[in-house]
Design a protein around this ligand. Structure first.
Ligand code: RB5
Length: 165
């Protein structure tokens, strides 16, 4: 399982600490930026990480911004992504056990390296419990489909009306 990391400037310092620690633990890690503390826009990096995780079931993501909120809103726009913001190990563990979160989002301005690593450990160490939780995830997927499929249908209808050019 490869871990894709991403942050904005507010999460950069924590991302670097987390990246180094994960590498020290010999985890497979890929870093999608940002690479400095210079101000940048979290949706750009959040989207790149979310698209990679959605396309590759052998990956999970860790996103870090100031509060965790912007990155989670962004990542959850990508179909197939279940991004969960965690502030403690209980939430991180249940993000996997009940929600099968494939991206863990951390608040870089709120937690330090120790808590971040404890949450990552709780999340990676947990297993999805399935059963009633799978039913609920399927309901979420249905909501996703309701919007992605109706968009695709209206795009197709538009093409048909215009015809070839
Ligand atoms: C950046 O200042 C900050 O807004 C961002 O890191 C994040 O917390 C947004 O939700």
């Amino acid at each position: 399982m490869k871990i894709i990391l991403g942050s904005d400037h507010a999460g950069y310092e924590l991302k670097e600490k987390v990246r180094k620690q994960l590498l020290a633990e010999e985890k497979a890690v890929e870093d999608y930026g940002t690479t400095t503390e210079e101000s940048c826009d979290y949706p750009e990096i959040g989207l790149k990480v979310a698209e990679k995780v959605a396309a590759d079931s052998e990956t999970v993501g860790i996103l870090i911004c100031g509060t965790g909120i912007g990155m989670s809103i962004t990542a959850n726009k990508v179909p197939g992504i279940r991004a969960a913001v965690a502030y403690n190990t209980y939430v991180a563990q249940y993000a996997r056990e009940h929600n099968d979160a494939n991206i863990l989002v951390l608040p870089g301005r709120v937690v330090g390296k120790e808590m971040a690593m404890a949450m990552i450990g709780a999340w990676l160490g947990a297993r999805f419990a399935g059963e009633r939780h799978q039913r609920r995830l399927d309901m979420i997927t249905d909501i996703e489909k309701k919007y992605t499929q109706s968009k695709a249908a209206s795009r197709d209808a538009g093409t048909a009306v215009r015809g070839p050019r």
